[in-house]
Write a protein that binds this ligand. Structure first.
Ligand code: ADP
Ligand code: MG
Length: 627
């Protein structure tokens, strides 16, 4: 094919501009990115070769070579991996497949230049980091299984060229024409140092060679140089196979970054091995923060799987239940066959054993972390919502997961564990009380929790959107049922206190009989019943649902999703000892009916629901204020 000149997709041109013109001082990360691409390319070739004999018939020694040419001022990173054809070049190096530059640009503007290496990894634009140090980049590549080689070239001026080329053997060479102020990257020691720092765990040898050996080299020097050239810069020991005590934290962190492109580093590093039924080594990580993709159902996720050091694939979701999808890492097992496919793994007995070992390990790490409340808080804030799903989906571990749940409560806004809740129950308290609200402030102000508070009962705040769905699966903890304080008949306190309260209520109900009838009549279209409350202390009234009704926040959510919500009328409860109720009960005629409407509206407002007729409400309120 003739040399073809093509424009970069607009977004790439824009992004290149940003990368090239950045003053970022850690330009060295370009090497990490190129080596990581080379390693990916070999991984892919090795994997395909397992099932396709034509991919690597020559059975090569897989390796990554870095060649420094002082005369030409070029640094070349070569691999004998999968290679690319013309279409691959266009798709992989001419467009940004996933995230796009707008998002990249926005993130860069927000985070500043210091975040560049983080963003480069995160946005899958690692290759272009080369332009931080090079004025021109040339890629010569030949795809395994194909016959033709191609040259891709760009001086980042907004376009690139693709043409036919020659290449000895399959794979890819990326040649950087270094800028004059970046020539230190030609130095063996600089490169060696960078490889140790960023790429030591790469599973293939990374070799370094000078294109022009010194001219008047002595025999001894030549021998020494040639020996050096055969010696990889990296140790190549898969990091998950090394003893924990021999690995530096910084090495784990670098591997984590390589794996996840998350520059923030891991929150928790979990090396462990499985013995017994299935033998495997694993290196797992809990990140610091949740990323958006954790909440996108289509997103791929899971652990990377190696079988006897051969990379089988990443995003192996069969190794991790969805409620642990925040965990990243690698599993390596010798007990699986090499030529496995995803489909086969899906219901493989060994895989499911590895999965339960992984789950159990993570749960035990979290159980340990619980002992350090501050640290657990950080974890819980980032991933609690996701972990909660496990109560619903992993019945085998539900009891362990329940012990990891942490809810803010009326007593402790920072959060309580269920074990502590149960330990601190008030005398006579049998159930675990909760209130559902959209925000903690609403929960804390909910009239429905007043009496619980008065009787010394703590009330959990269910303010996470998943909490209400979970109440069904939660069912009980340690023999105590979960009870919504805003539903059905709840009574607090000891047996005696309840009896006393009941008698007082019956008496009050008798005294307020006429008023209750009037309220019922006035609000007959809106509420199912009106009764004297056992849950109010400071508020005049509140609305409660029948035992199995949907909560108001659930109803609001379903309405927002345009779902048909059955109109479930609620019960208005009055606080018989509240002065406002007493006063209102003495009114007559229009004044009575207005006051009843206002009482009802105030109950709606107190729980965060909109009033049904705001015009009427403001008119009545204004009228009241005028008096
Ligand atoms: P990422 O590695 O996150 O996908 P990069 O910008 O680093 O993003 O690389 C873009 C794509 O270019 C890669 O996904 C891969 O398809 C292709 N590529 C880059 N380097 C190589 C290589 N050495 N061999 C084969 N393909 C490569
Ligand atoms: Mg890359």
């Amino acid at each position: 094919m003739a040399t073809e000149k093509r424009e970069f997709k607009a977004e790439i041109a824009e992004m290149l501009d940003l990368v090239v013109n950045s003053l970022y001082s850690k330009k060295e990360i370009f090497l990490r990115e190129l080596v990581s691409n080379a390693s990916d390319a070999i991984d892919r070739a090795k994997y395909l070769a397992l099932t396709d004999k034509t991919i690597a018939p020559e059975n090569p020694e897989w390796k990554i070579e870095i060649v420094s040419d002082r005369e030409a001022k070029t640094l070349t990173v070569s691999d004998n991996g999968i290679g690319m054809d013309a279409a691959d070049l266009e798709n992989n190096l001419g467009t940004i497949a996933s995230s796009g530059t707008k998002a990249f640009k926005k993130a860069l503007a927000e985070k500043g230049e210091g975040a560049l290496p983080e963003l480069i990894g995160q946005f899958g634009v690692g290759f272009y980091a080369a332009f931080m140090v090079a004025k021109e980049v040339e890629v010569v590549t030949k795809k395994r299984g194909g016959a033709a080689a191609f040259r891709w070239r760009s001086d980042m001026g907004g376009s690139y060229t693709v043409e036919d080329a020659e290449r000895d053997g399959f794979g890819t060479s990326v040649k950087l024409f270094l800028r004059d102020d970046q020539l230190s990257f030609l130095d063996r020691w600089t490169v060696s140092d960078l490889v140790t720092r960023y790429s030591d765990f790469i599973a293939f040898p990374i070799l370094f060679r000078d294109a022009q050996p010194p001219k008047d080299e002595k025999d001894d020097d030549r021998k020494r140089r040639e020996e050096q050239e055969k010696k990889p810069l990296n140790t190549m020991v898969a990091i998950w196979k090394r003893q924990k005590k021999d690995v530096k934290d910084s090495e784990y962190e670098e591997f984590y970054r390589h794996l996840t492109h998350d520059w923030a580093g891991p929150f928790e590093t979990i090396p462990f091995s499985g013995e017994g039924q299935v033998e495997f080594k694993a290196l797992l990580f809990i990140p610091k923060k949740a990323t958006m993709d954790l909440f996108m159902p289509q997103q791929k996720r899971g652990l990377s799987l190696y079988v006897r050091n051969v990379f089988i694939g990443d995003d192996m979701e069969m190794l991790l239940p969805p409620y642990m999808r925040f965990v990243k890492g690698v599993v390596d097992s010798a007990d699986l066959p090499l030529n496995v496919s995803r489909e086969m793994l899906q219901d493989d007995a060994i895989v499911s054993k590895i999965k339960s070992a992984v789950v159990s390990k993570i749960l035990s790490v979290l159980e340990d972390m619980k002992k350090k409340p501050e640290r657990y808080s950080e974890f819980w804030a980032a991933f609690g919502t996701i972990l909660k799903e496990g109560v619903h989906t992993d019945w085998q571990n539900a009891d362990r997961i329940k012990k990891l749940l942490r809810y803010p409560s009326s007593r402790n806004r920072k959060g309580v564990f269920l074990e502590d809740y149960v330990k601190d129950m008030a005398p006579g308290q049998k159930d675990i009380y909760y209130v559902v609200a959209e925000r903690e402030e609403d929960a804390a102000a909910a009239p429905q929790i007043e009496a619980a508070r008065k009787h010394g009962c703590d009330v959990l705040f269910f303010c996470d959107h998943v909490d209400e769905f979970l109440t069904e699966s939660l069912r009980e903890f340690d023999g105590h049922s979960f009870v919504d304080v805003a539903k059905g008949d709840v009574q607090f306190g000891t047996e005696d206190e309840r009896k006393e309260e009941k008698a007082a209520n019956d008496k009050a109900a008798g005294e307020l009989k006429n008023f209750i009838e009037a309220v019922k009549k006035e609000l007959s279209a809106k509420v199912e019943d009106v009764r004297v409350s056992t849950r109010l202390v400071d508020s005049p009234c509140c609305l409660v649902a029948k035992e199995h009704a949907l909560s108001p926040s659930m109803v609001r959510m379903m309405k927002a999703m345009n779902e048909n919500v059955p109109e479930d009328k609620r019960i208005l409860e009055l606080n018989a000892s509240h002065p406002l109720v007493k006063k209102t009960s003495a009114l007559e005629g229009e004044a009575l009916s207005d006051a009843i409407t206002l009482l009802y509206d105030s109950a709606l407002i107190a729980e965060g629901s909109p009033v049904e007729d705001p015009q009427r409400f403001t008119r009545l309120l204004a009228g009241l204020m005028m008096k």
